[in-house]
Design a protein around this ligand. Structure first.
Ligand code: FES
Length: 375
Protein backbone atom coordinates (compact mmCIF):
# COMPACT_ATOMS: atom_id res chain seq x y z
CA UNK A 1 0.00 0.00 0.00
CA UNK A 2 1.65 3.30 -1.06
CA UNK A 3 2.33 5.74 1.76
CA UNK A 4 1.45 8.74 -0.39
CA UNK A 5 -1.45 9.36 -2.77
CA UNK A 6 -0.49 9.30 -6.46
CA UNK A 7 -1.92 12.80 -6.99
CA UNK A 8 0.70 14.11 -4.57
CA UNK A 9 3.46 12.22 -6.37
CA UNK A 10 2.36 13.71 -9.69
CA UNK A 11 2.49 17.23 -8.28
CA UNK A 12 5.80 16.74 -6.51
CA UNK A 13 8.24 18.19 -9.09
CA UNK A 14 8.97 21.40 -7.08
CA UNK A 15 9.75 19.45 -3.89
CA UNK A 16 12.29 17.29 -5.69
CA UNK A 17 14.54 20.22 -6.58
CA UNK A 18 16.69 19.95 -3.45
CA UNK A 19 17.17 16.20 -4.06
CA UNK A 20 18.08 16.84 -7.70
CA UNK A 21 20.60 19.44 -6.60
CA UNK A 22 22.25 16.88 -4.28
CA UNK A 23 22.47 14.38 -7.14
CA UNK A 24 23.81 16.98 -9.56
CA UNK A 25 26.59 17.88 -7.10
CA UNK A 26 27.40 14.17 -6.62
CA UNK A 27 26.47 14.36 -2.93
CA UNK A 28 23.88 11.67 -3.46
CA UNK A 29 23.38 8.94 -6.03
CA UNK A 30 20.22 9.05 -8.13
CA UNK A 31 19.61 5.36 -7.38
CA UNK A 32 19.58 6.12 -3.63
CA UNK A 33 17.17 9.02 -4.12
CA UNK A 34 14.95 6.77 -6.26
CA UNK A 35 14.97 4.02 -3.62
CA UNK A 36 13.82 6.54 -1.03
CA UNK A 37 11.03 7.89 -3.24
CA UNK A 38 9.92 4.41 -4.37
CA UNK A 39 9.50 3.40 -0.74
CA UNK A 40 6.87 6.12 -0.42
CA UNK A 41 5.14 5.37 -3.71
CA UNK A 42 6.08 2.77 -6.37
CA UNK A 43 5.68 5.33 -9.18
CA UNK A 44 7.81 8.06 -7.57
CA UNK A 45 11.29 8.70 -8.98
CA UNK A 46 13.64 11.64 -9.27
CA UNK A 47 13.79 11.74 -13.09
CA UNK A 48 12.51 8.46 -14.46
CA UNK A 49 8.95 8.12 -15.70
CA UNK A 50 6.77 5.52 -14.06
CA UNK A 51 3.08 5.19 -14.82
CA UNK A 52 0.23 3.57 -12.95
CA UNK A 53 -2.13 1.24 -14.84
CA UNK A 54 -5.56 2.86 -14.60
CA UNK A 55 -7.61 0.46 -16.70
CA UNK A 56 -7.47 -2.55 -19.02
CA UNK A 57 -9.73 -3.00 -22.05
CA UNK A 58 -9.71 -5.79 -24.63
CA UNK A 59 -9.91 -4.26 -28.12
CA UNK A 60 -9.44 -7.55 -30.03
CA UNK A 61 -9.17 -11.20 -29.04
CA UNK A 62 -5.39 -10.77 -28.87
CA UNK A 63 -5.01 -7.07 -28.12
CA UNK A 64 -5.37 -5.20 -24.85
CA UNK A 65 -5.53 -1.43 -24.40
CA UNK A 66 -3.96 -0.11 -21.20
CA UNK A 67 -4.71 3.32 -19.83
CA UNK A 68 -1.72 4.73 -17.95
CA UNK A 69 -1.24 7.74 -15.72
CA UNK A 70 2.42 8.81 -15.67
CA UNK A 71 4.19 10.48 -12.77
CA UNK A 72 5.26 14.12 -12.82
CA UNK A 73 8.43 13.41 -14.84
CA UNK A 74 6.51 12.70 -18.06
CA UNK A 75 7.34 15.31 -20.70
CA UNK A 76 4.38 14.75 -22.99
CA UNK A 77 3.79 13.06 -26.32
CA UNK A 78 1.36 12.99 -29.20
CA UNK A 79 -0.62 10.18 -30.76
CA UNK A 80 1.20 8.30 -33.49
CA UNK A 81 4.41 8.34 -31.45
CA UNK A 82 5.80 5.32 -29.62
CA UNK A 83 6.86 4.90 -26.08
CA UNK A 84 9.31 2.38 -24.70
CA UNK A 85 7.96 0.28 -21.86
CA UNK A 86 10.39 -1.34 -19.40
CA UNK A 87 9.75 -4.09 -16.93
CA UNK A 88 11.75 -6.41 -14.77
CA UNK A 89 10.94 -10.10 -15.20
CA UNK A 90 12.82 -12.74 -13.22
CA UNK A 91 15.80 -10.45 -12.75
CA UNK A 92 16.00 -9.43 -16.41
CA UNK A 93 15.17 -5.91 -17.59
CA UNK A 94 13.02 -6.16 -20.71
CA UNK A 95 11.72 -3.43 -22.95
CA UNK A 96 9.28 -3.12 -25.83
CA UNK A 97 8.00 -0.24 -27.89
CA UNK A 98 4.26 0.48 -28.16
CA UNK A 99 2.31 3.11 -30.06
CA UNK A 100 0.36 5.70 -28.15
CA UNK A 101 -3.22 5.17 -29.22
CA UNK A 102 -4.52 8.08 -27.12
CA UNK A 103 -3.02 11.07 -25.30
CA UNK A 104 -5.62 12.82 -23.18
CA UNK A 105 -5.58 16.41 -21.99
CA UNK A 106 -5.71 15.26 -18.35
CA UNK A 107 -2.40 13.40 -18.78
CA UNK A 108 -3.79 9.90 -19.32
CA UNK A 109 -2.12 7.81 -22.03
CA UNK A 110 -3.31 4.72 -23.83
CA UNK A 111 -1.23 2.02 -25.47
CA UNK A 112 -2.48 -1.18 -27.08
CA UNK A 113 -0.54 -4.42 -26.78
CA UNK A 114 -0.89 -7.30 -29.17
CA UNK A 115 -0.10 -10.77 -27.91
CA UNK A 116 3.11 -12.18 -29.34
CA UNK A 117 2.83 -15.93 -28.78
CA UNK A 118 5.93 -17.16 -26.95
CA UNK A 119 7.01 -13.59 -26.18
CA UNK A 120 8.51 -12.56 -22.84
CA UNK A 121 6.61 -9.30 -22.44
CA UNK A 122 3.18 -9.28 -24.09
CA UNK A 123 1.80 -12.48 -22.44
CA UNK A 124 2.68 -11.02 -19.03
CA UNK A 125 1.09 -7.66 -19.83
CA UNK A 126 -2.04 -9.25 -21.22
CA UNK A 127 -2.55 -11.91 -18.57
CA UNK A 128 -0.95 -10.75 -15.35
CA UNK A 129 -0.51 -6.99 -15.22
CA UNK A 130 -3.20 -5.59 -12.94
CA UNK A 131 -4.83 -2.19 -12.53
CA UNK A 132 -2.84 -0.24 -9.92
CA UNK A 133 0.56 -1.73 -10.85
CA UNK A 134 3.27 0.57 -12.20
CA UNK A 135 5.46 0.35 -15.29
CA UNK A 136 8.48 2.36 -16.37
CA UNK A 137 8.18 4.37 -19.58
CA UNK A 138 10.83 5.94 -21.81
CA UNK A 139 10.44 9.21 -23.72
CA UNK A 140 8.05 9.29 -26.63
CA UNK A 141 9.55 9.18 -30.11
CA UNK A 142 8.40 8.90 -33.72
CA UNK A 143 7.49 11.18 -36.60
CA UNK A 144 4.21 9.76 -37.88
CA UNK A 145 1.69 12.60 -38.13
CA UNK A 146 -1.64 13.45 -39.72
CA UNK A 147 -0.99 14.94 -43.17
CA UNK A 148 -1.51 18.61 -43.91
CA UNK A 149 -4.12 19.61 -46.46
CA UNK A 150 -7.50 18.33 -47.51
CA UNK A 151 -6.59 15.88 -50.28
CA UNK A 152 -7.95 12.92 -48.34
CA UNK A 153 -6.07 10.17 -46.55
CA UNK A 154 -5.63 6.42 -46.94
CA UNK A 155 -4.58 4.54 -43.80
CA UNK A 156 -3.09 1.09 -44.39
CA UNK A 157 -2.48 -1.03 -41.31
CA UNK A 158 -1.46 -4.64 -40.86
CA UNK A 159 -1.75 -6.42 -37.53
CA UNK A 160 -0.72 -4.19 -34.66
CA UNK A 161 0.02 -1.41 -37.19
CA UNK A 162 -3.50 -0.22 -36.41
CA UNK A 163 -2.24 1.05 -33.04
CA UNK A 164 -0.04 3.68 -34.68
CA UNK A 165 -2.90 4.97 -36.83
CA UNK A 166 -6.03 4.89 -34.71
CA UNK A 167 -4.95 7.77 -32.46
CA UNK A 168 -4.23 9.96 -35.48
CA UNK A 169 -7.58 9.01 -36.98
CA UNK A 170 -9.50 9.79 -33.78
CA UNK A 171 -7.74 13.15 -33.47
CA UNK A 172 -8.37 14.16 -37.09
CA UNK A 173 -12.08 13.31 -36.95
CA UNK A 174 -12.49 15.00 -33.59
CA UNK A 175 -10.95 18.17 -35.06
CA UNK A 176 -13.37 18.17 -37.97
CA UNK A 177 -11.24 16.76 -40.79
CA UNK A 178 -13.84 16.32 -43.50
CA UNK A 179 -11.94 15.10 -46.58
CA UNK A 180 -12.29 11.38 -47.41
CA UNK A 181 -10.49 8.89 -45.18
CA UNK A 182 -10.23 5.18 -46.00
CA UNK A 183 -8.80 2.75 -43.46
CA UNK A 184 -7.82 -0.78 -44.52
CA UNK A 185 -6.78 -3.10 -41.74
CA UNK A 186 -5.11 -6.38 -42.71
CA UNK A 187 -5.47 -9.21 -40.22
CA UNK A 188 -5.24 -12.97 -40.34
CA UNK A 189 -8.74 -13.70 -39.02
CA UNK A 190 -11.81 -12.03 -37.54
CA UNK A 191 -10.64 -12.21 -33.90
CA UNK A 192 -7.71 -9.93 -34.75
CA UNK A 193 -9.87 -7.05 -35.92
CA UNK A 194 -9.15 -4.34 -33.36
CA UNK A 195 -11.25 -1.41 -32.12
CA UNK A 196 -14.20 -2.68 -34.20
CA UNK A 197 -17.16 -1.09 -32.33
CA UNK A 198 -15.33 2.24 -32.15
CA UNK A 199 -14.35 2.23 -35.84
CA UNK A 200 -17.86 1.29 -36.93
CA UNK A 201 -19.28 4.05 -34.72
CA UNK A 202 -16.86 6.56 -36.27
CA UNK A 203 -17.90 5.40 -39.73
CA UNK A 204 -21.54 5.93 -38.87
CA UNK A 205 -20.90 9.35 -37.38
CA UNK A 206 -18.55 10.68 -40.07
CA UNK A 207 -19.71 10.33 -43.65
CA UNK A 208 -16.15 10.92 -44.93
CA UNK A 209 -14.67 7.90 -43.11
CA UNK A 210 -14.79 4.30 -44.29
CA UNK A 211 -13.18 1.26 -42.67
CA UNK A 212 -12.63 -2.14 -44.26
CA UNK A 213 -10.87 -5.28 -43.15
CA UNK A 214 -8.90 -7.78 -45.21
CA UNK A 215 -8.34 -11.36 -44.01
CA UNK A 216 -5.35 -13.42 -45.07
CA UNK A 217 -6.30 -16.71 -43.34
CA UNK A 218 -10.09 -16.60 -43.18
CA UNK A 219 -12.91 -16.24 -45.68
CA UNK A 220 -14.13 -12.69 -46.13
CA UNK A 221 -17.79 -11.79 -45.79
CA UNK A 222 -19.54 -9.48 -48.22
CA UNK A 223 -17.92 -6.05 -48.23
CA UNK A 224 -14.71 -7.38 -46.70
CA UNK A 225 -11.47 -8.12 -48.51
CA UNK A 226 -9.40 -11.25 -48.84
CA UNK A 227 -5.62 -11.74 -48.94
CA UNK A 228 -2.52 -9.63 -48.39
CA UNK A 229 -2.13 -6.03 -49.48
CA UNK A 230 -2.86 -5.56 -53.17
CA UNK A 231 -3.58 -2.51 -55.29
CA UNK A 232 -6.92 -4.13 -56.20
CA UNK A 233 -8.05 -3.53 -52.64
CA UNK A 234 -7.81 0.20 -53.32
CA UNK A 235 -9.80 0.23 -56.55
CA UNK A 236 -12.85 1.72 -54.85
CA UNK A 237 -10.86 4.57 -53.28
CA UNK A 238 -11.85 7.80 -54.99
CA UNK A 239 -9.04 10.19 -55.98
CA UNK A 240 -6.35 7.76 -54.83
CA UNK A 241 -3.46 9.50 -56.61
CA UNK A 242 -4.17 12.74 -54.74
CA UNK A 243 -4.52 11.12 -51.31
CA UNK A 244 -1.90 11.13 -48.59
CA UNK A 245 -1.03 7.58 -47.54
CA UNK A 246 0.13 6.32 -44.14
CA UNK A 247 1.15 2.68 -43.77
CA UNK A 248 2.08 0.81 -40.66
CA UNK A 249 2.74 -2.85 -40.01
CA UNK A 250 5.35 -5.57 -40.32
CA UNK A 251 8.28 -4.89 -42.66
CA UNK A 252 7.01 -7.22 -45.43
CA UNK A 253 3.66 -5.41 -45.53
CA UNK A 254 5.28 -1.98 -45.59
CA UNK A 255 7.62 -3.07 -48.38
CA UNK A 256 4.64 -4.19 -50.50
CA UNK A 257 2.94 -0.84 -49.91
CA UNK A 258 6.16 1.01 -50.81
CA UNK A 259 6.48 -0.92 -54.08
CA UNK A 260 2.87 -0.12 -54.97
CA UNK A 261 3.36 3.56 -54.07
CA UNK A 262 6.56 3.81 -56.13
CA UNK A 263 4.66 2.27 -59.05
CA UNK A 264 1.96 4.93 -58.72
CA UNK A 265 4.54 7.52 -59.76
CA UNK A 266 3.05 10.30 -57.64
CA UNK A 267 5.34 12.83 -56.06
CA UNK A 268 3.88 12.98 -52.55
CA UNK A 269 5.72 11.17 -49.81
CA UNK A 270 4.38 7.98 -48.32
CA UNK A 271 4.51 7.99 -44.52
CA UNK A 272 5.25 4.58 -43.14
CA UNK A 273 6.52 2.68 -40.14
CA UNK A 274 7.65 -0.92 -40.12
CA UNK A 275 7.52 -2.83 -36.86
CA UNK A 276 10.13 -5.46 -37.49
CA UNK A 277 13.40 -5.41 -39.33
CA UNK A 278 13.13 -7.79 -42.29
CA UNK A 279 15.60 -10.58 -42.88
CA UNK A 280 18.75 -9.69 -44.70
CA UNK A 281 17.94 -9.43 -48.38
CA UNK A 282 19.51 -11.75 -50.87
CA UNK A 283 20.04 -8.89 -53.27
CA UNK A 284 22.91 -8.46 -55.65
CA UNK A 285 26.17 -8.49 -53.76
CA UNK A 286 24.66 -10.20 -50.74
CA UNK A 287 26.27 -13.52 -51.52
CA UNK A 288 29.23 -12.82 -49.27
CA UNK A 289 26.83 -11.91 -46.44
CA UNK A 290 26.67 -15.48 -45.16
CA UNK A 291 30.39 -15.77 -44.29
CA UNK A 292 31.29 -14.98 -40.66
CA UNK A 293 33.06 -11.68 -40.13
CA UNK A 294 35.08 -10.08 -37.32
CA UNK A 295 33.30 -7.39 -35.35
CA UNK A 296 35.49 -5.09 -33.25
CA UNK A 297 34.14 -2.98 -30.40
CA UNK A 298 36.79 -0.28 -30.06
CA UNK A 299 35.96 1.20 -26.66
CA UNK A 300 35.33 -2.19 -25.09
CA UNK A 301 38.50 -3.57 -26.69
CA UNK A 302 36.79 -6.74 -27.85
CA UNK A 303 36.75 -8.52 -31.18
CA UNK A 304 34.12 -11.18 -31.72
CA UNK A 305 32.87 -13.32 -34.56
CA UNK A 306 29.84 -11.63 -36.14
CA UNK A 307 26.82 -13.18 -37.79
CA UNK A 308 26.04 -11.33 -41.05
CA UNK A 309 22.37 -12.29 -40.82
CA UNK A 310 21.61 -10.64 -37.48
CA UNK A 311 21.48 -7.11 -36.09
CA UNK A 312 24.61 -5.77 -34.41
CA UNK A 313 22.62 -4.61 -31.37
CA UNK A 314 21.61 -8.17 -30.54
CA UNK A 315 25.13 -9.45 -31.15
CA UNK A 316 26.74 -6.74 -29.01
CA UNK A 317 24.36 -7.60 -26.15
CA UNK A 318 25.24 -11.27 -26.44
CA UNK A 319 28.84 -10.32 -25.79
CA UNK A 320 27.98 -8.40 -22.63
CA UNK A 321 27.82 -4.89 -24.08
CA UNK A 322 24.92 -2.63 -23.20
CA UNK A 323 24.47 -0.20 -26.09
CA UNK A 324 21.80 2.46 -25.63
CA UNK A 325 18.66 1.54 -27.51
CA UNK A 326 14.94 2.24 -27.67
CA UNK A 327 12.57 0.77 -30.23
CA UNK A 328 14.87 -1.94 -31.66
CA UNK A 329 13.10 -1.34 -34.98
CA UNK A 330 15.14 1.40 -36.65
CA UNK A 331 12.77 4.18 -35.67
CA UNK A 332 14.04 6.08 -32.64
CA UNK A 333 17.77 6.39 -33.53
CA UNK A 334 18.80 5.87 -29.90
CA UNK A 335 21.09 2.95 -30.87
CA UNK A 336 23.08 5.10 -33.32
CA UNK A 337 26.79 4.30 -33.23
CA UNK A 338 29.77 5.35 -35.34
CA UNK A 339 31.21 2.89 -37.84
CA UNK A 340 34.97 3.32 -37.54
CA UNK A 341 35.89 0.90 -40.33
CA UNK A 342 34.63 -2.04 -42.37
CA UNK A 343 31.10 -2.43 -43.69
CA UNK A 344 27.59 -3.10 -42.47
CA UNK A 345 24.39 -3.92 -44.33
CA UNK A 346 21.07 -2.23 -43.58
CA UNK A 347 18.67 -5.11 -42.84
CA UNK A 348 15.70 -3.16 -44.18
CA UNK A 349 17.03 -1.90 -47.47
CA UNK A 350 19.98 -4.21 -48.10
CA UNK A 351 22.21 -1.15 -48.65
CA UNK A 352 25.86 -1.62 -47.66
CA UNK A 353 27.51 1.22 -45.72
CA UNK A 354 31.27 1.41 -45.50
CA UNK A 355 32.25 5.03 -44.97
CA UNK A 356 34.41 5.45 -41.84
CA UNK A 357 32.82 7.88 -39.38
CA UNK A 358 29.31 7.12 -40.65
CA UNK A 359 26.56 6.83 -38.02
CA UNK A 360 24.68 3.53 -38.21
CA UNK A 361 21.72 2.12 -36.27
CA UNK A 362 22.81 -1.02 -34.50
CA UNK A 363 19.33 -2.54 -34.35
CA UNK A 364 18.90 -2.67 -38.13
CA UNK A 365 22.52 -3.10 -39.26
CA UNK A 366 24.23 -6.44 -39.72
CA UNK A 367 27.96 -7.01 -40.24
CA UNK A 368 28.84 -7.21 -43.93
CA UNK A 369 32.61 -7.51 -43.78
CA UNK A 370 35.13 -7.18 -40.90
CA UNK A 371 34.30 -3.98 -39.08
CA UNK A 372 35.08 -1.77 -36.13
CA UNK A 373 32.47 0.10 -34.10
CA UNK A 374 32.89 2.98 -31.66
CA UNK A 375 31.36 0.95 -28.90
S1 FES B 1 16.83 1.12 -31.04
FE1 FES B 1 15.56 2.59 -32.03
S2 FES B 1 16.59 2.88 -33.92
FE2 FES B 1 17.69 1.30 -32.98
Amino acid sequence: MPLLPFALVRASAPWLRPLRALVTRNWMRESDADALLAALHPAWRLNRVFARVESRRWVADDMLALTLRPNGNWRGARVGQHVQLYLQRMGVRLSRSYSLTAVHADGLLEIAIKRQPGGRVSPYLLEQLAVGQVLELGSAFGELHWPEGQQGVVLLAAGSGITALIGLLRGALAQGYDAPIDLLHYVREQGQQAFVPELLALQQRHGNFRVRWAFSDAPAAEGELRGRFSSEHLQAVVGLAQRRVLACGPAGFVERVQRWWDGMGVNTALQYEAFTAPDLRQSEGAGSASAPVKVGFARSQQTVQGDPRRALLEQAEEHGLRPAHGCRQGICASCTCILLGGAVRDLRSGVVMSEPGQPIRLCISAPYRDLLLDL
